[in-house]
Ligand binder design. Sequence first.
Ligand code: UD1
Ligand code: CA
Length: 452
Amino acid sequence: MSFISVILSAGMGTRMKSRVPKVLHEVCGKPLTRWVIEASKNAGADEIVTVIGHKGETVREALDGLTEFAVQSEQLGTGHAVMQAGEYIKKCAGFVVILNGDAPLITAKTIENAVRYHADSGNSATVITAVLEDSTGYGRIVRDADGNVLKIVEQKDADAEELLIKEINSGMYVFGADKLAYALEKITPNNAQGEYYLTDTLAILLENGNKIGAYTLEDNDEIRGINDRLQLSEAEKIMRKRINNRHMLGGVTMRDPDNTYIEDTVEIDPDVIIEANVSLSGNTKICGGAVIGSGSKIINSRIGSGTEVMSSVITDSTVGENSHIGPFAYIRPGSEVGGNVKVGDFVELKNAVIGSGTKISHLTYIGDSDVGENVNFGCGCVTVNYDGKKKYRTVVEDNAFIGCNTNLVSPVTVRKNAYIAAGSTITDEVPENSLAVARSRQVVKTDWKDKR
Ligand code: UD1
Ligand code: CA
């Protein structure tokens, strides 16, 4: 079944009260329209055309490469919006699926099912509908006594009887491409809003001897459109649940899925345990047996098998197997932490390679550094990597022992098996197997108190 998707995303979104175009607001880390684009793609669309208008260039930039674009420079209604994709509709030999860029909960499965239903029933147009307790604001589906769809009436154009109808237009449709092109030429803005209504195409097709029908959804959540921040948060909650359910059914334990925030892009192996209030985003992968403790935030990072992360923040970095991170560690971009490493409380790493078996247990900053295996950092060590103009690298080779409160003034190298005495400020290379003491000797002045 060959079809293209046309996604309407030109509207203003006034009620969002935002400088950001509505369709770029995010649900679980992805812009609203991107969800719709991906659902179309996963359903097998041959081509995806997004109609942009309000702040169109910003939308185009954000969605570049994911979709074709058609520009609607004036928002004269949904029918007018679809007309802007005319060149794509005219060259389409199959079906056209119309979707809304502000309704991100539509699934690939529903699109597939609707297209199949449309094809099987021989309709020229199929509107995707839902039955709602409260149909306020939506176009109503008007059927005849036999249940055949006659037309769609907008709330503002409806009479008292039509207003009572609970079956509503989701704003999503499947059309035969040629039938859509034909009907679009016939719609007029003669209605309460002075707009070109896409909905009018149905009655036009029916009048001209075509068959129209409806595909009614079971899950009303799928049609939820987003107009304000309240609806945005509701959609996020539903999407979050979908994502978390997928992971739990895939073998991930979540202590509190209602308060676990995982973006769609994140990969999690079975037997990972995720505690409450964890946020995992971007290109993140959590390997089997890892435990992600409460309050952790992990962005674009890979966490190895068996590693435990407690209340820590990790960005654009990797951590190997069976390591312990936190509590309250901050691993900043460009860090590569090996296996069996301990990065303890109040330790900050930035752009640092940390070899396997190394321990950095407390209150330490390591930036722009290459640290070998089985190195031990005492409490309170600092790499002094910035002279106010440039950053320099620090190298610490395998098995070195860095005493408490050491400053490593980079560029500087500590060779294998070297020891550094506590409180040292190291400015020169420390050779293999040596001990460096770089602090002034203690002076004791006896009975000083009485003489002062
Ligand atoms: C439309 C339907 C209504 C349906 C409702 C579902 C029409 C006439 N009415 O109503 O039956 O129940 O959707 O949500 O189609 N858009 C453009 N350009 C425009 C106008 C709209 O791109 O000129 C886009 C909007 O950005 C949005 C979508 O089309 O993504 C729907 O527009 P909206 O104004 O929300 O439609 P309604 O008038 O509420
Ligand atoms: Ca409108």
